[in-house]
Design a protein around this ligand. Sequence first.
Ligand code: 13P
Length: 260
Amino acid sequence: MRRALVAGNWKMNKTIEEARTLAREVAEGVAGDGLSQADVLLGPPYLALAAVVEAVSGSAVGVAGQNCSHQADGAYTGEVSVSMLRDAGATHVILGHSERRELMGEGDGLVARKSKAASAGGLTPIICLGEPFTTRRAGTTLARIAHQVEHSIQGAFGSPPPGGFIVAYEPVWAIGTGLTATPEQAQETHAFIRERLEAIFGLECAQETRILYGGSVKPDNAADLFAQPDIDGGLIGGASLNSADFLEIIRAAQMDSAST
Ligand code: 13P
């Protein structure tokens, strides 16, 4: 059975002090409520990473970067390397997020290079895939996802890492638009991602890979989404910015883990 994972992506939110407070609240909530059935990660902005790592130290909560460079070091103004993230205490990094693909023009090739660099440098990548509204409307979602699996994941890895990958499916059209994917729509795409991973990397990798849903998970839809067989947790944006909502989502993931 796959262990549920709930990752908060704070995006460009929170000062260092606000981040420290939120991280403490989450770590205390996870410990206080005995939420040990699901893995939990927080994804603060770079400047708050060290404060968040310190705030969660000694707890079961881990920390992820929101992006990294594929270069090791050198003249890359504004970039942050894998070793810098590790040095700050991160264990994971979110790569190919829909906002980086849409707003910063990151393509599959770059996502693959970053994933490869992260993995080689000891950070676990959370590789994001997803289609925009035009693709969904044109009915070509699965073709687009298949292309992303091939070029963002297969392009980076000749063989799968032990324990499989962490992938996040983000239907771009359901992020901050008021539109939502139904649990069945999300499940269909998750199952398809798993099927493609099986075709490329084999059954064991497909069964071990955790596929997170990243399309506006909220406390009131989390349980229905996590009940789907191929949804192994969530990459949470807005609802990870306050501890009460985020803890409720972790609770939903934990209950799903306990029941399967
Ligand atoms: P929201 O949960 O705010 O829709 O964001 C989703 C997302 O982009 C997660 O990375």
